[in-house]
Design a protein around this ligand. Sequence first.
Ligand code: MSP
Length: 513
Amino acid sequence: MSKNFYITTPIYYPSGKPHMGHAYSSIIADIFARFKRIEGFNVLFLTGTDEHGQKIQKEAKRNNKEPKVFCDELSENFRSLTKILNLSNDDFIRTTEKRHYKSVNEIWKRLVQSGDIYLDKYCGWYSISDEAFYDQDEVEDKNGVKVSKSSGSNVEWVEEESYFFKLSAWSKKLLDHYEKNTDFILPRSRKKEVIKFVERGLRDLSISRTSFSWGIPVPNDNKHIIYVWLDALTNYISALNFPDTSNKKFRDYWPADVHIIGKDILRFHAIYWPAFLLAAKLPLPKRVFGHGWILSDEKKMSKSLGNILDPIEIIEKYGIDQLRYYLIKEVSLGNDGSISMSNLKNCINNDLANNYGNLCQRVFSFIKKNCNNKIPKRKNLIKSDLNLLDNLKRNLPKLIKLINEQSLNEYIKMVVNFSFEANKYFNDSEPWNLKKNNPERMNSIIFTISEQIKNISILLNPIIPLSTNKVLETMNISSRDLLIKNISNQDIFDHDIELKEIDILFKKIEDDN
Ligand code: MSP
């Protein structure tokens, strides 16, 4: 089995400020990337910005800037967001980079060679905000304005010469692919929507525009600009040095293991992208996972409703691990989910401060007071100790399976449950009553609970990397040992070294905060 793993986020339009939706796609992808790394895979995790098209050109103009200058400034916001969110991305691609131009040019040439491109005239609806073409039946009238039924954004009538991609010719191949590769589109509910759409019959897709100039010109016909989605989707292979398909990066990482995207851009990733790749004679990604939308107090976040939750403000106030944990715990990954400040506070207090944080802190201060600040050796474990440890180890294959299916919510529930169990074990075992009369038993309990804190910290590490790293460092576990396989190891502690100092892991949030 290949030990390489390639995961991507959507590349973001840099025209506005990064918001919770962007943070959500990126955090999800980061969690999987981190997990696969500690599972022992060579991971490539890609994110970046999508900088061409009419929407960006319009925004640049509104700001009185040249599009490239505008993008240089705004793309930086997204690059710094990767740091703020503590993403472990290996690369950050911009569609204005040379490596990307090369790759898009080659894709275009391949589509021409395969006979999938022809010149015609496009007459139909276009949404600049979605950078998407819509059929008549996908558009409705709202207070005299034409809008897209699915996204609600304004559409305008476009009539211009355009190159077309023979998408209609690929319907059957796509349907076969969905059938043979049952997990190509996840979650399953989303897959059904896509199949229905393709079964209705696909129309050829307009893949160039002439009414603006900000983009990659069509090779040999410079008045046409390549449609921004054909341009953007290609980023996933530009980062692997395509068109050089024999280079190591491309050989190691293509096809991608999973594209993490939001449900609103599923059609582009599950229909257009595989059709382009089939026509270009390139392998298809193994999976496209479409997550749901984050709602604020049950409503879509919007400026006019004033319910936008700014990820950066929340991080500054409560911390990045807190936001990462909350988004993953509270929102069911495939569905839309509501978030609110009051839920965020409850989640931080109950799960992080009172449960995992409290467990670590109580155990560490007990060790300091009663065990010379060193973790005792594994010795004379009894049934209740072994039960606690074995239960987690027995469930390890299941946890790995959950991650491989992108079932993050179930994964986190199981891990939090181990933490509740560990707290209960510590309370029930009452090591504080054993110091005088049975120090050996006390030591066995402290070894067991320390071992379990290490295991839980490894499992939580992809979700809350900063805090779990602190815990593991306190226990003198080196970053080299932060591996899933060390959960089944017997005893990797150094018993001769004292625990390091640790400050409070998660501050409890009071009501007026
Ligand atoms: N540039 C395209 C993607 C090209 S990928 C080849 C794009 N960019 S975007 O900036 O508009 O959105 C990027 C991601 O943010 C999408 O996955 C989208 O679903 C996600 N979100 C935007 N708002 C969201 C929420 N409120 N909730 C969750 N995610 C949503 O589309």
